[in-house]
Design a protein around this ligand. Structure first.
Ligand code: NAD
Length: 274
């Protein structure tokens, strides 16, 4: 149900690849809540074309390609966005991640370091690059809000999450540090949302993903949070209802992060005797 929570606000959504993407759901909900948006993804992802359907569903939102590791691309994206909006930006969603070593099937203890650099550049340092671009162009309005998506493997070990665990830890650290400077400079708030597993192109790339999703659901008193629920939460963080929340890693996971064990998990190993 739309409540006009983002009426008059303008933002950039990074990372909508297809209907399963978390960014796709966020973009739609932002639009339904009254925001104007610009969509961005890597040029190679745009060639798949699906994002154009989302653009239409979001009031013919412009789609501007940018590889998040490339500062020239980011500058072009921000300049065009400022021109399109005729002024500053109120929110940014960073919903970008890719592990080269996972794609190549290399184990954590056997990664290739060139791949690893690329993984960090795409999945973590890109947030720094986006924020620096916005900072240099003074593109974000006062009380603007930036959200990046992360996963609890930054705090606890989930073996097949591989180098992405380190990438998420770095992403969360950049969030805290840039959050400090941008808060001081312009009251811009920056947070990460640590989301339950959802089957997407990126998520599904993790080995044993289906079994893991089931385990997470059994370990969460509220069950796994869906991507629609995630979009709701992100909208609340872009809205004026959360103005003093910054530099936080916010768990949106149905209680998974603070649950030690549940009867469902025990019973899956030791079914009750009949
Ligand atoms: N799916 C899950 O279970 C889950 C859980 C927690 C957090 N997350 C995080 O949510 C975010 C979005 O992932 P998703 O699950 O929606 O999958 P997704 O595959 O739909 O989204 C990942 C996006 O990153 C984009 N991308 C990759 N390289 C890029 C580059 N160089 N430049 C610009 N964009 C690039 C892809 O094109 C894609 O749109 C990621 O940060 C992911 O780690 C996902």
């Amino acid at each position: 149900m739309a409540n006009n929570l983002l009426q008059g606000k303008k933002g950039i959504i990074f990372g909508a690849l297809n209907e399963q993407s978390i960014a796709w759901k966020v973009a739609k909900q932002c639009y339904e809540e009254g925001a104007q948006i610009v969509l961005s993804n890597a040029p190679v992802a745009l060639r798949m074309g699906e994002i154009n359907n989302l653009a239409v569903a979001c009031g013919n939102a412009p789609v501007i390609g940018a590889d998040v590791t490339n500062m020239d691309d980011l500058k072009n994206l921000f300049e065009k966005t400022l021109e399109h909006f005729g002024g500053g930006i109120d929110f940014i969603l960073h919903s970008v991640g890719m592990s080269v070593n996972v794609r190549k099937g290399l184990d954590y203890y056997d990664i290739n370091y060139q791949n690893n650099q690329k993984t960090f550049d795409i999945s973590s340092i890109s947030l720094h690059k986006i924020l620096k671009t916005a900072w240099d162009l003074d593109a974000l309005n006062e009380w603007g809000s930036v959200v990046a998506l992360t996963y609890i493997a930054a705090q606890r070990v989930f073996p097949d999450y591989n180098e992405m665990a380190d990438a998420k830890a770095l992403l969360e650290s950049i969030t805290r540090n840039f959050g400090y400077y941008y808060g001081n400079k312009k009251k811009v708030r920056i947070n990460t949302v640590s989301q339950s597993p959802v089957k997407t192109t990126a998520g599904g790339g993790v080995k044993g993903f289906d079994g893991f999703m089931e385990y997470a659901a059994k370990m969460s008193p509220l069950g796994n949070a869906t991507s629609d629920a995630c979009a709701n939460y992100v909208v609340s963080l872009f809205s004026d209802l959360s103005k003093f929340v910054t530099m936080q890693n916010l768990f949106h996971d149905g209680g998974f992060s603070f649950t030690g064990v549940t009867p469902e998990v025990i019973q899956s190993m030791y079914p009750p005797e009949k």
